[in-house]
Design a protein around this ligand. Structure first.
Ligand SMILES: Nc1ncnc2c1ncn2[C@@H]1O[C@H](COP(=O)(O)OP(=O)(O)OP(=O)(O)O)[C@@H](O)[C@H]1O
Ligand SMILES: [Mg+2]
Length: 238
């Protein structure tokens, strides 16, 4: 029985994200990340902090394969990103939700259509799409804007649409880049409640942020990037 338990807890500790000695140099010579290594366990929520230009967005872009590392290895759910075919990358990408720092919404499509997009890619039924999109718009207080083109919204509203879109499929891995950068305290609370709920249901979440209000005093691990190098914040649980 003891053996079984050991095996079980080993399995549980299997990282979902493994980053090993990753360096990213943007041509010709901008070292955005230097020898970065860390793991995220399945179901973990991690904060990634650090000053502007430290490499936070670059690290998230590498994790969703929007960029490739110059050196080093990234493994997501047992898949070495350096070795995956384009097809396999596309399949894996469908299990990763990304809320981009610059939103990347389709400005002429409505709020509803933007949020529904990842669900349509997965051929979810119209009924399921309507239910999930409405639920997310209610949680993030943007339902009254549902028929408006995304490009006509305020920055704070656009940010919440981007977050709703990233979370629509309850992804295995959620990468959120400065998700509260344009939000007031009330909207920040709504976003963090949504993230907590997803995390409790099993999503692994990595949040890049400057916003100390969302990570101060947290029980979650917090990493700090300084000029492309990663260090664990003092007091952060290991
Ligand atoms: N496409 C690019 N080409 C060249 N250099 C880049 C590119 N993207 C980022 N950089 C540089 O890489 C470094 C890290 O940038 P990154 O955007 O990852 O920082 P960040 O921590 O997300 O900053 P912020 O808090 O301002 O969003 C910076 O020096 C930046 O100028
Ligand atoms: Mg950034």
């Amino acid at each position: 029985m003891e053996n079984f338990n050991e095996t079980f807890s080993d399995y549980d500790a299997q990282p979902l994200v493994e980053v090993v000695k990753v360096t990213k140099i943007y041509p010709p010579d901008v070292v955005a990340l230097r020898n970065v290594s860390f793991n995220a366990r399945k179901g973990e929520l991690i904060f990634l902090t650090g000053p502007s230009g430290a490499g936070k967005s670059t690290l998230l872009k590498l994790l969703c394969r929007q960029q490739t590392p110059t050196k080093g290895m990234i493994d997501i759910d047992g898949n070495d990103l350096n070795k995956l075919s384009d097809n396999a990358i596309q399949k894996l990408r469908q299990r990763i939700g990304v809320a981009y720092q610059d939103f990347k919404l389709l400005p002429r499509l409505s709020v509803f259509e933007n949020i529904a997009m990842p669900m349509e890619v997965q051929f979810k039924s119209l009924k399921e799409i309507r239910h999930r999109v409405t639920e997310l718009m209610e949680k993030l207080d943007i339902k009254e804007k549902q028929n408006k083109p995304a490009g006509k919204l305020s920055r704070g509203e656009q940010q919440r649409v981007a977050i709703a879109r990233a979370t629509a499929n309850s992804p295995m891995l959620l990468l959120a880049d400065e998700p509260t950068g344009n939000l007031d305290a009330g909207a920040t609370e709504l976003v963090m409640d949504l993230f907590r709920e997803l995390n409790e249901k099993g999503s692994t979440i990595i949040i890049a942020t400057h916003d100390t209000s969302i990570y101060q005093g947290t029980k979650h691990r917090t990493f700090e990037l300084q000029q492309g190098e990663l260090c664990s914040k003092p007091g952060s649980p290991s």
